[in-house]
Design a binder for this molecule. Structure first.
Ligand code: ADP
Length: 493
């Protein structure tokens, strides 16, 4: 099959979050399984050019209709760790992708509406005829709309669309000007409930809703999040729309790249280990303690790695630090906060706990240290408010670090409680789960984990090894996507 991914990110060249990892990881695995994949991305000024090989101009005369005129674009081609990527660079005074950032500009909706149109125009002008176009999140929500309403009459008649939603929080809310700019026009047609009209504001359009209503298949990043999106308020107003399109909507769990996240070969950790040499893990714990100047002792070491914000349950993260102290455990936190109030809160805690031999708080983003923490910690807490898929628990499992998670989103699909899971036999269980978003629920799960570690270390080790044996690579998710592509290939919308 010939698949084109249209996205606003692709790791490591353009990465703001999990979306970039998914676009790269899925593309790589699809190619490993014998398919042809090409990616179309914006040519940002601030992307990591050092991760692109052989960048050359591939198409000089791309003219993209925009309002009543046309914008001239160049298309560059290069390889990002083996993936063929086309980067679109518009030459206009808007400087859509020369902003020193990927997102966060006032005209983001226009920037990505333009990118979506340019990507389709590029496919059409260069006579590319993929079987499947896979697009992602609100930034490319207009791709299926324009394909169905315009480009199918201009040579893209047989292309089918899979649309993946990574985060419902940002939906691309916009007004009539997007219709005028892209040439969709006809506001009376698009401002309808079954088209692009926002479910909250009848005078606004919603690009993500467009992606949902016009795609042949819609996915989100875990099966449980797909359920939550239809039946709770987690999808920020799109629940009913998803429910209406439920026969085309499903969750496919993300994978991780075991070439990068693998304790057997990880270059960032001093002692590599596997399920059969699990004892080596304890040397990494020692190395972690030395690096962070923590006391050497028999205490369990609990960690948190992740953004410090409301989504991640930041109040519970804070409580976990102090509860660990109360239960005689050590705690390491590696986190970054974009919100100034949260940053200063944790900066204050960092200062307050600076001399404590059992706690270390590291604020900022540090890839290398994160690997050592995954390898050195005994347990990882993930107390998220909501979590579409979540990677920290999946990485922790691979490193034999037992996850203690809140039962939401993808955490439900990946972590199975040692004491209470009803659907998995004890040999298949791999962590601890709590459900309520309060201190008592968190404490009860942490207490069970700490008690098992202290009172039954052999069983705790068995649990950690059971987690390592799970396969959360891209192999299975990619097969699922291939099944979806196969299903929609011969369908009309
Ligand atoms: P998100 O909602 O942020 O995408 P995920 O759990 O899906 O959360 O992915 C988080 C990824 O970012 C993981 O690979 C984690 O190791 C990494 N990460 C998060 N915060 C940090 C940090 N401060 N330093 C290093 N890596 C981090």
């Amino acid at each position: 099959m010939y698949i084109v991914q249209i996205a606003s990110e692709c790791a490591p060249v353009i990465k703001a979050g999990g979306l970039g990892d998914v676009v790269y990881g899925l593309s790589r695995e699809l190619e490993n399984q014998g398919h042809t994949v090409e990616l179309i991305l914006p040519m940002y000024d601030c992307m990591r050019y050092d991760h692109i090989w052989g960048l050359h101009d591939a198409y000089r005369e791309l003219w993209v209709p925009w309002y009543n005129g046309r914008i001239h674009c160049s298309v560059y081609c290069g390889w990002v760790h083996g993936r063929v990527c086309f980067f679109i660079e518009p030459h206009s005074q808007d400087n859509f992708f020369h902003r020193g950032c990927y997102y966060g500009c006032n005209d983001d909706v226009m920037r990505f509406a333009f990118f979506s149109k340019a990507a389709l125009q590029f496919l059409q002008q260069s006579n590319k005829t993929p079987d499947i176009i896979h697009c992602h999140d609100w930034q490319t929500g207009l791709v299926p709309v324009m394909l169905y309403e315009m480009y199918k009459y201009h040579g893209l008649e047989y292309q089918r669309i899979c649309y993946t939603i990574h985060n419902f929080k940002h939906q691309g809310i916009c007004g009539n000007e997007v219709l005028q700019a892209t040439g969709l026009n006809r506001p009376e047609y698009y401002f309808q409930y079954d088209k692009l009209q926002d479910n909250f504001n009848p005078f606004a359009l919603n690009m993500m809703k467009g992606g949902i209503t016009y795609s042949n298949a819609i996915t989100t990043v875990s099966p449980y999040h797909a359920w939550e999106a239809q039946h709770t308020d987690i999808s920020c107003g799109l629940g009913h729309t998803l429910y209406q399109h439920r026969d085309r909507f499903q969750g496919v769990l993300n994978g991780i790249d075991y070439g990068f996240w693998n304790p057997e070969s990880d270059k960032y950790i001093p002692y590599n280990y596997s399920t059969t040499e699990f004892a080596q893990k304890s040397y990494n714990k020692k190395a972690l303690r030395e690096r962070l100047k923590l006391a050497d002792s028999d205490k369990p070491l609990i960690a948190y790695i992740g953004r410090l914000d409301a989504q991640k349950g930041v109040h519970l993260v804070h409580h976990a630090i102090y509860y660990a102290q109360q239960r005689d455990a050590q705690f390491v936190l590696l986190g970054s906060a974009t919100e100034p109030s949260i940053h200063s809160w944790f900066a204050h805690e960092q200062e307050f706990l600076a001399e404590n031999p059992d706690v270390h708080l590291e604020l900022g983003f540090n890839e290398e240290l994160s690997h050592l923490i995954y390898a050195g910690a005994d347990m990882m807490v993930v107390p998220s408010n909501y979590e579409p898929c979540g990677l920290t628990q999946i990485i922790s499992l691979k490193y034999g670090t037992v996850p203690i998670v809140r039962g939401v989103g993808g955490l439900v699909n990946t972590v199975f409680d040692w004491d209470y899971d009803q659907l998995h036999i004890p040999e298949e269980r791999n962590g601890f789960v709590f459900f309520e978003s309060d201190n008592y629920a968190l404490e009860s799960a942490m207490a069970r984990a700490i008690d098992l570690y202290n009172l039954n270390p052999d069983i705790f080790q068995k649990l950690a090894i059971q987690g390592m044996e799970y396969d959360y690579s891209w192999k299975n998710p990619a097969q699922k996507y291939i099944e979806i592509y196969d299903l929609i290939r011969h369908q009309w919308l």
